[in-house]
Structures are given as C-alpha cells and as structure tokens.
Design a protein around this ligand. Sequence first.
Ligand code: HEC
Length: 125
Amino acid sequence: MTFTKSLIALSTLALLAAPAMAGDVAKGETIAKKCLACHSVKDAKNKVGPSLVGVVGRAIGSVADFKYSDDMKAYAGTAGAWDEAKLSSYIENPKKDVPKGKMAFAGIKDATERADLIAYLATLK
Ligand code: HEC
C-alpha cells in the first residue's frame, strides 16, 4: 500500500516536472488559423504572403516566386534562416525585426501560443 502510494506520488511528480518547452502541435494548428488569410499551410502556393510549408529552417525571404519587401530581403541578408527564436520574435511583432516589411499582422504576444504555433509550423513539410 505504502509502496503503491509512493509510486503514485512519484509518477505525479514526474508528470508535473515534465518540461513545458515543446509546443503543443494541436493548439498550434488552431492558432495558425490567424495566418491562413495570407499564408498557405497546405502547399507551396503563395497568397498575400509566401507559403509556410517548410518555413522552419528555411532561408529567410527565399521563396523564389514571392515578391518580398526590401526590408525582408535586408533582414534575410543578416539573419540567415528561420529558426525557432527568429520566428518567435517575428511573430511576436513583425515590425520589430522587419520594420518596413509588408506583413500586416499585429503579432501574437503570448509566448506559449507562439511556441505552440511554431511546433505546428515545424510539422508542415
Ligand atoms: C495580412 C496578411 C498576413 C497575415 C495575417 C500573416 N502574414 Fe505572414 N506574411 C505576410 C506577408 C505579406 C509576408 C511577406 C513580408 C515581407 O516581404 O516583408 C509575410 C511573411 C511571413 C514570413 C516570412 C516567410 C519567408 O519566406 O521568409 C513568416 C515566417 C510569416 N509571414 C509567418 C506568419 C504567421 C505564422 C502568421 C500567423 C500568426 C502570419 N504570418 C500572418 C502576410 C501575412
């Protein structure tokens, strides 16, 4: 009995201690609805914005047939590729890293929401 109790206590502890670092893909998919007016998540087609398929790890401003703003091209020159940190910063406030960029989006201020969204974006292949 005591053994069972301590086992339960231990597993509860393990659950509580599970790192909350990785985002929740399912929640991220819901959050991504905010992007769908301008971005495809299904195929390589561009809408108002470039396709987000494969965006995690992709070189910034690199979709061949999309006309990026000059500011996004300049950012691409200094920042390289979209990793989690750069995506999070851009999605938090698109004007921070690309002040004259043409993504007309207010940003997502909640860090957990951004982590969930980026976990989802990483599944788009
Ligand atoms: C109102 C339309 C609009 C909405 C909504 C929008 N975007 Fe964009 N997005 C754009 C445009 C336009 C660009 C190109 C920006 C530029 O060239 O300066 C862009 C560029 C991007 C890029 C850079 C892609 C690349 O190829 O380098 C990422 C990443 C991105 N958006 C993510 C998102 C995410 C994630 C959301 C939802 C949370 C979102 N966007 C919502 C219009 C939008």
